[in-house]
Design a binder for this molecule. Structure first.
Ligand code: PLP
Length: 777
């Protein structure tokens, strides 16, 4: 009989029949143990508890005679191996027979012979669901990892047999789909089998494999009789097999989740406990979601098939099936990427360190000292300014450990204090930091990775420290190459704080103070003239000429944040670029605000139109808070500047800054943050649109991805900056941080770190609704 046939016959062959007395005789005759036997629950084998007169306790296991002797041999040898390499692990100890054998043969009254083995009985009781806690899940992970580690060096020739319960063969389960009667359940099972074949199967050859327990589930654990929260034993090595290591963990998670548990939390806790002892690899964590779903499908498909073979055992076999369908539905409702991201973070790929230093100084004293030391230039956000001491992901924590949802900051692009960025910065700071006057790999890799994301002709990078410096350098290049002296910008834009660039930042200039060499254009707002950008820019150029200037550059924040947050509509940039070039100027895309994936659909804002800028500037999110910015341009422009005067920036492009820049790109790519911006952005816009139906003071929503603006109007339909300010402050009081922007300051600015998930969008929507209700006039 082939092993595969054997599997099915094992599940179909009836369990052995021996009486309690017969069991006692077997123990005495073969193992020299005399005592009192009692029958234990078992499905396909027959098990007895044996208590000897001197107080020792054993389990007599009489196997189904369809069980392959080699598999029994493997299980016993595995237990012997564990006893040798991990004596502290509470697993049963194998008792050798009088003849020194692991297994003896016993003949039943029906004439069939059965393999018999004896092992020590572990004290303890089965855990009930009510004992489950964070600590319990953590312990489960720990015990599973200890078992896997103990089995690392173990092998057995039969280990690679095709076990029905081995998830790597989950495709074989398709043949049982026909037993599923409810079409909804059929679809659910098929969906996970499809996902398994698409996302997991191709990776199996790359995953670490070894012999694993493969069934370390609550029913195979024992907890203390007194201390129900403490795991004291691991039993049942009947599903031992050679398979992917991560499958072992998926089995434990799937079989531990219950209908009422927070499945993602349970998975994270067990995984954390596992990772602590036996560190997992990233690829393993990436397939865990699908493996858990597939295991849940496996439990039900095998049960539904088996009950057709043993209809008399219906209640026992089918007891878990209904709840498992519900769990499976709940698992499907979770966002796989979100679960995976959480698991990755749990396992310290992006490990978070909690360093908290509470300030002893009073809030008022800080305010006073700040005013005294920083003066009136340093204003603070919100009527009641915040004293933030810690950040993590999308959360900011104040001195009292109250957390605020950060829907405002785009500098921490990949989440506050993202551990990967923090670690890369720290590592490099401990190794070397110098100017760019020496050869170094980091700056080259960063330049390569940035230019790879830009049109081919934009091939030369200059690294600086701030967006202002980047735009200043772009201005120097533009003036030099064009020979002109004027600049074109949008009406209420902001591009930086240096003397030259400050002139291109009407948002922070007193009204009417835009100098004569600067002319402003309509941003692409819904109610402005953007649909006729050609006429607008021609007029602007003409007006500039009257004052003796030609445009050296047209500098556009491609997300138009200060103008109110807009995404360039098709044709807008194209028209402005064409008119600028016709007048001899260069086209500069300022990606300081929106670049690096925030738009969701595109990595850069200029990509919304068919244009190639002459210069792209970038900054803010580039280092997740570390000051790094860059100018990328063509070889010709860079050469022109090199011939004329050159450029040097002491801190720009230093190895530490570049490590930060590289780490940010790593996270954007590995965590799929651009895709997340798109997905959560769409979800959020839908929620905001729904809210607008009940609150007419909310106007149009504009922007893309996770860079959105929403207008606030007065009851009479006028832009209402005061109301927007009240809403913003109300939300701050309710621990959700947004900003305002736009010429009339009446646009709510939504610009969170890109690790913002749907659940955070829901929190934002609830807070906004509340603010709208509470500020109603
Ligand atoms: C579009 C744009 N460009 C440039 C800058 C200037 O960047 P930095 O403050 O890093 O000098 C800003 C700053 O807010 C900006 O929004």
């Amino acid at each position: 009989m082939s092993i595969k046939q054997n599997l099915e016959s094992l599940l179909t062959t009836p369990a052995p029949h021996f009486s309690v007395r017969e069991a006692e005789q077997i123990a005495a005759e073969f193992f020299g143990l005399s005592g009192t036997a009692t029958a234990l629950d078992s499905e396909r084998d027959l098990n007895f508890h044996l208590a000897t007169e001197d107080g020792d306790q054993y389990v007599i296991k009489i196997a189904n005679n369809a069980e392959d002797p080699a598999i029994i041999d493997m299980q016993l040898k595995a237990l012997e191996h564990i006893a040798h390499v991990a004596p502290d692990l509470p697993v049963p100890k194998v008792v050798l027979s009088n003849e020194g054998k692991l297994v003896e043969e016993a003949k039943a009254a029906d004439g069939r012979t059965h393999p018999v083995r004896v092992m020590s009985y572990l004290p303890g009781i089965y855990p009930e669901e009510e004992y489950f806690s964070e600590d319990f899940y953590h312990q489960m992970g720990n015990f599973l990892a200890r078992t896997a580690k103990a089995l690392q060096g173990f092998f057995h020739p039969i280990a690679n047999y095709e076990l029905l319960w081995d998830l790597k063969h989950a495709s074989n389960l398709r043949k049982y789909l026909g037993y599923v009667e409810d079409p909804k359940h059929y679809e659910l099972a098929e969906k996970f089998l499809d996902r398994f074949e698409k996302h997991v199967l191709p990776l199996i050859p790359k995953l670490r494999a070894q012999i694993v327990h493969n069934d370390l589930v609550p029913n195979n654990l024992l907890v203390g009789k007194e201390d129900h929260g403490k795991i004291v034993g691991i039993i049942d090595f009947g599903d031992l097999t050679h398979t992917s290591l991560i499958i072992d963990l998926a089995v434990t998670i799937a079989d531990t989740i219950s209908v009422d548990s927070d499945a993602a939390e349970v998975a994270a806790q067990i995984t954390a406990g596992y990772h602590e002892i036996n560190p997992l690899e990233e690829t393993e964590l990436r397939v865990l979601y699908d493996l858990v779903g597939t295991r849940l499908v496996m439990l039900n498909l095998i049960a539904i098939w088996r009950v057709t073979l043993h209809p008399d055992n219906y209640d026992y076999i089918m007891s878990g099936v209904d709840p498992t369908w519900v769990i499976l539905e709940q698992w499907l409702e979770l966002d796989p990427e979100q679960v995976t991201r959480r698991l990755l973070r749990t396992c310290g790929f992006w490990e978070q360190k909690h360093i908290e230093k509470a300030s002893r100084e009073s809030y008022q004293s800080l305010l006073d000292r700040r005013e005294q030391l920083l003066g009136p230039l340093a204003y603070l956000f919100y009527d009641q300014p915040l004293h933030i001491v810690r950040g993590e992901g999308v959360w900011l924590y104040d001195r009292d450990n109250i957390r605020y949802l950060d829907v405002y900051n785009n500098v921490p692009q990949v989440g506050h204090c993202h551990p990967h960025v923090v670690n890369r910065i720290a590592e490099q700071a401990g190794l070397l930091n110098t100017s760019t006057r020496y050869l170094h790999e980091h700056i080259l890799e960063l330049a390569e990775r940035i230019t790879a994301r830009l049109p081919e002709k934009l091939s030369i990078c200059s690294f600086v420290c701030t967006g202002s410096e980047a735009n200043e350098l772009a201005w120097i290049m533009a003036k030099l190459v064009s020979g002109n002296t004027g600049a074109l910008i949008t009406h209420h834009s902001y591009h930086g704080s240096t003397d030259a660039i400050g002139q291109f930042s009407p948002e922070s200039l007193p009204a009417g103070k835009v100098p004569p060499h600067v002319r402003t254009l309509d941003p692409p707002t819904s109610n402005s003239n953007w649909s006729k950008p050609d006429a607008g820019i021609r007029n602007a150029i003409r007006a500039m000429e009257v004052d003796g200037h030609q445009p050296a550059m047209c500098l556009l924040d491609t997300s138009f944040v200060s103008d109110g947050i807009f995404t360039a509509p098709k044709g807008y940039l194209k028209a402005l670029f064409a008119a600028t070039r016709a007048a001899g100027g260069l086209c500069v895309a300022d990606e300081v605000q929106g670049g690096f994936g925030r738009f969701g659909e595109n990595f850069w804002g200029f990509e919304y139109d068919e244009v190639i800028p002459d210069i792209v500037t970038m900054g803010k999110p580039m280092g997740n808070g570390h000051p790094i910015a860059a100018v990328v341009t063509t070889a010709e422009i860079a050469e022109a500047l090199a011939r004329d005067r050159g450029y040097f920036n002491t801190f720009g492009g230093n190895p530490v800054s570049c490590a930060a820049g590289l780490a940010v790109l790593d996270v954007i790519e590995k965590e799929g943050l651009q895709e997340n911006a798109l997905k959560v952005g769409v979800y959020l816009v839908k929620g905001l649109e729904d809210l607008r139906k009940d609150f007419p003071v909310l106007g149009p929503i504009h922007g893309s991805g996770l860079l959105l603006g929403i207008d606030v109007f007065s009851n009479s339909g006028e832009p209402d900056g005061e109301r927007a300010d009240q809403i913003m402050n109300n939300m701050r009081q309710n621990h959700v941080l947004v900003g305002t922007t736009g010429e009339k300051s009446n646009v709510l600015k939504i610009r969170p770190p890109l690790v913002f998930e749907k659940e955070h969008a829901d929190i934002l929507l609830v807070a906004l609704k509340r603010a709208l209700e509470e500020t109603q006039r």
